[in-house]
Design a protein around this ligand. Structure first.
Ligand code: ASP
Length: 310
């Protein structure tokens, strides 16, 4: 497959997903035995204008596991020239001469696409505002495949902040590429999934329902995908407080969950999942986070090995 940038989930067709996931399994085998040297002459730059633990460190780990080097601006809003007023386009024109691939996280939707518009190296969208988190969606679907043994014919509950959460938004859009998926969206009023995503699901014949009672849903699905209420994106503290803490998956609620179902969360969690269920074999969120390394290794390898063919 020809992969030039990773900017949004809509760029991926089913055949691309199958290819990326197969490659991620190869990467997992590499990681199991240590490292590989295939990207020994490449440098990844990570430009993060928003907080991150998993995405940035797993990108950096992925690059290093393939023998590559990393340069990093982890608080770029405060410590890069953005603080002096430099545009992302100018920053990228500079950083591309220091690196072979750039991962960007930014609070503004469309920043990675703007960067890709001027970049001569591949750009990875590591989260742009409330809009997209494509590498998260890829690792989420990879995890579903790994845990359930299939990426078709399953039911998933997307729970929590579907309005401002870029992870569930990107995942829902990616689910247009699988067959026989049913989505139950569980939200309090006010933070429902945006209409453009619902329209995309309708256009692709993905069945979905809207719910507000989590306990009525847990026994009906193969995947419970919990999310954090995105405090930083709410217009006011009052609006955030009105919906925060509405759903918590705890041991009592878990009794309704099927034995072969799994629990996912893009993390960080801030109360949505009681730590008392971490030891439950159905709790897949730490395995999900680990899969981020393998999927990002696959993406880096595909992006950088395609360069010579451009
Ligand atoms: N880590 C994910 C993201 O960056 C989820 C979250 O922050 O709640 O979107």
């Amino acid at each position: 497959m020809q992969l030039k940038h990773v900017l949004e989930v809509d760029q991926f067709r089913r055949s691309d997903l199958d290819h990326i996931f197969a490659h991620a399994l190869t990467m997992r085998a590499i990681a199991k035995h240590g490292t590989d040297n295939r990207l020994h002459d490449k440098i990844l730059a990570t430009l993060f204008y928003e907080p991150s633990t998993r995405t940035r460190l797993s990108f950096e780990s992925a690059m290093q596991r393939l023998g590559g080097q990393v340069i990093s601006s982890e608080m770029a809003a405060e410590t890069s020239s953005a603080a002096k007023g430099e545009t992302i386009q100018d920053t990228v024109r500079i950083v591309e001469s220091y690196s072979d691939v750039i991962a960007i996280r930014h609070p503004d939707a469309g920043t990675s696409a703007a960067a890709a518009g001027v970049a001569s190296v591949p750009i990875l969208n590591a989260g742009d505002g409330a809009r997209e988190h494509p590498t998260q969606a890829l690792l989420d679907l990879f995890t579903i495949g790994d845990e359930l043994g299939r990426i078709d014919d399953f039911a998933i509950a997307l729970v929590g902040d579907l309005r401002y959460g870029r992870a569930p938004r990107s995942l829902a859009k990616l689910l247009t590429q699988v067959n026989g998926c049913r989505i139950i969206m569980v939200t309090p009023p006010g933070i429902e999934m945006a209409q453009d995503v619902l329209d995309a699901l309708i256009a692709s014949d993905v069945a979905f329902e809207l719910e507000s009672d989590l306990s009525a849903v847990v026994g009906r699905v193969d995947v419970v995908y919990m999310t954090r209420v995105q405090k930083e994106r709410f217009p006011s503290e009052e609006e955030y407080s009105a919906v925060q803490g509405r759903y918590q998956l705890d041991p009592a609620l878990l009794e309704g969950l099927r034995d072969d179902a799994i629990i996912m969360h893009p993390l960080p969690r801030v109360g949505e999942i009681h730590p008392g269920i971490d030891a439950d074999p159905r709790a897949a969120y730490f395995r999900q986070a680990r899969n981020g390394v393998f999927v990002r290794m696959a993406l880096l390898d595909l992006l950088l090995n395609n360069q010579s063919q451009d």
